[in-house]
Design a protein around this ligand. Structure first.
Ligand code: DGT
Ligand code: CA
Ligand code: CA
Ligand code: ZN
Length: 572
């Protein structure tokens, strides 16, 4: 299927050419062609092979000139004019568009006057105050550019999953709230629950594209409109990334969701398998003898037609899932509904913001049947860590409060693993604890061998139930500790210590890759939110998403157990 590639090139040509008044009409011609080719369900290569150039010229918006570009692309995989323009303007448009108010026109002006090709050049130019004197910019926009760049850089151009998912849901809700929309869903990396998001992708179907796009650009969190078209509109959001909205034919929704969920490598492999089976897969459908057999069908239909199990979005990373699906061995992944409680929760007693009663009531609202209250221990002074004495008093209080509720309150602690691997609580105190989470919070720069020994020594005390945030990384902020995760897994298996999948947005620790690595061992996991207030419970969705990206089934996760089995596990 070449339609998408050709439409993208024409869209890019539109972006570039529309910057110049002189080529405005030419630009509009490309945009028109991009629009009709981008929404066609018949492949242009089929039209060309059956009807030649006159067939192509029947496509709305395609004249002889554009038709010959299409033919050129079909024959050579390139369009010379586009290659030349890319040579003339070697500009990283996509990333520059992430700056507020930046469209093709501004990008080309700054390239022509200052040689700005990318964000780095732009930053230097702004820092040296070379932008303020360019007509149409001024001091204010120079400052704004600097502010925008520092925001983008601090996030590496990508934002946390939680922020992308929250914003994406908000946009979908906003669009669905109008009566213009038939179907609307989040696609892309956000749907795959990747830990960071480069841009948000949303698909919608409607009989009134134009009004949908108007509505979209009026969304209150939109900072500026990057490109507005009838089938695709890109906006910059206040949270610092862009969002693509594609409005597509309702009958192609399943195929489009498959295509735009990605990832790219997964899609490429799937397309190859389609061809091997005499099908053609595209964002418009699954075609057999030019008939779209996926008309009005969902993603599952498409995977099944290709003799595969349905592959959940979180697995679509070309990490062996396609091969597994062909053998009908896709596991039944854990779901948010399987979670019966949260085993890592803080309260005001250490560094939480809500009282024990408030945290309990919020857990009841989540329909949980148990939680473990796990405050910090004494050596973690910055988090108001509790002494053994305070824990003992607190446990009396929990026994008392516990009687009032149907939900089971497990007495817990997040015990510091000290530098030598010993635990930061007396044995007497530990004996009273139902659920021991143990974590490293200090001395995080130890060499690999020392850090591995430190954690293993802690596990070997045989008093730990859950190894908290096992690698210590903070996304875009702090690298993981140096450890040998395989060796640690061996000891977790031997001592029945679950590894945590910490669901805090900036942690997601273990991450997907480490789950895939460690799940070869016969170990369990605990998906916990590490909540410091009642809203923290909502992070569970991120933890489950991460577990699904690590291919986990519910029987590997201890907080899907009923209370009796959980208590059995905790007692070892
Ligand atoms: P991101 O935005 O960097 O977090 O990651 P994605 O996966 O959301 O990537 P994005 O937004 O560039 O594209 C969304 C999906 O659209 C991507 O996962 C697969 C599909 N897609 C985009 N471009 C291409 C392409 O050139 N070929 C194929 N086969 N698929 C593509
Ligand atoms: Ca994306
Ligand atoms: Ca995108
Ligand atoms: Zn911690």
């Amino acid at each position: 299927m070449s339609n998408r590639e050709i439409a993208d090139i024409f869209e890019n040509l539109y972006d570039i050419l529309s910057a110049d008044e002189k080529s405005k009409f030419e630009a509009l011609a490309y945009e028109k062609a991009a629009r009709s080719i981008g929404s066609m369900s018949v492949d242009v290569s089929d039209i060309y092979s059956m009807e030649g150039i006159s067939g192509l010229m029947k496509i709305p918006g395609v004249g002889r000139g554009i038709a010959s570009h299409i033919i050129e692309y079909l024959k050579t995989g390139k369009i010379q004019k586009y290659e030349e323009i890319k040579d003339k303007y070697p500009i990283d448009f996509q990333n520059l568009f992430k700056i507020e108010g930046f469209g093709p026109k501004k990008a080309i002006i700054l390239y022509s006057k200052l040689g700005v090709k990318n964000l780095n050049d732009l930053k230097k130019a702004a820092e040296n105050h070379r932008i303020r004197d360019i007509p149409g910019f001024g001091e204010k926009s120079e400052n704004l550019i600097l502010k925008n760049i520092s925001m983008l850089n601090s996030l590496g151009g990508r934002i946390l999953l939680y922020d992308g998912l929250t914003e994406g849901k908000k946009i979908v809700k906003y669009l669905k709230n109008s009566d213009l929309i038939k179907q609307c869903m989040i696609a892309g990396s956000t749907r795959r629950m990747r830990e960071t998001i480069g841009d948000i992708d949303i698909l919608a179907t409607s009989s009134d594209n134009k009004s949908v796009m108007d509505l979209f650009t009026e969304f209150p969190d939109v900072k500026s409109v990057v490109v507005k078209g009838d089938t695709k509109t890109t906006v910059l959001l206040n949270i610092g990334i862009t969002c693509d909205l594609r409005v597509i034919d309702d009958h192609s929704f399943g195929a489009a969701m498959q295509y735009f969920t990605g990832n790219k490598d997964h899609n490429i492999k799937l397309r190859k398998i389609s061809i091997d089976n005499n099908y053609k897969l595209s964002e418009y459908g699954l075609f057999y003898n030019d008939k779209n057999i996926a008309y009005d069908r969902d993603e599952k239909f498409i995977y099944n037609k290709l003799n595969m199990d349905y592959i959940p979005p979180e697995m679509r990373e070309d990490r062996g899932e396609i091969e597994l699906a062909l053998q009908h061995r896709i596991p039944e992944l854990i779901e948010l509904n399987d979670i019966k409680g949260d085993l890592h929760v803080h309260t005001v007693e250490s560094d939480g913001l809500n009282t024990t009663a408030e945290m309990i009531e919020a857990a009841i609202n989540k329909n949980y049947i148990y939680i473990a209250v796990t405050n910090h221990t004494k050596s973690l002074k910055v988090a108001n860590g509790m002494s053994d004495g305070r824990f003992m008093e607190y446990f009396d209080k929990i026994d008392e409060i516990g009687k009032k509720y149907k939900i089971k309150i497990l007495k817990g602690a997040e015990v510091d693993i000290l530098k030598d691997g010993s635990l930061d609580l007396e044995d007497e105190t530990l004996k009273r604890i139902d659920c021991v989470v143990a974590s490293v919070h200090t001395g995080m720069n130890m060499p690999e061998e020392d850090m591995t020994d430190r954690i293993i020594n802690a596990i070997k005390t045989n008093k730990i139930n859950i190894l908290g945030h096992p690698t210590g990384r903070l996304i875009n902020e702090r690298p993981p500790y140096n450890t040998d995760i395989n060796k640690i897994s061996e000891y977790c298996e031997k001592y029945k210590t679950a590894m945590e999948i910490n669901a805090s947005p900036e942690r997601l620790d273990l991450n997907d890759e480490n789950i895939l690595k460690t799940s070869k061992y016969n170990i369990y996991y605990s998906i916990d939110t590490d909540s410091h207030n009642i809203y923290g419970y909502d992070f569970m969705e991120l933890g489950v998403g991460t577990a699904r990206r690590g291919w986990l089934t519910k029987n590997r996760v201890i907080n899907t157990m009923d209370l009796n089995n959980l208590i059995k596990f905790l007692k070892k």
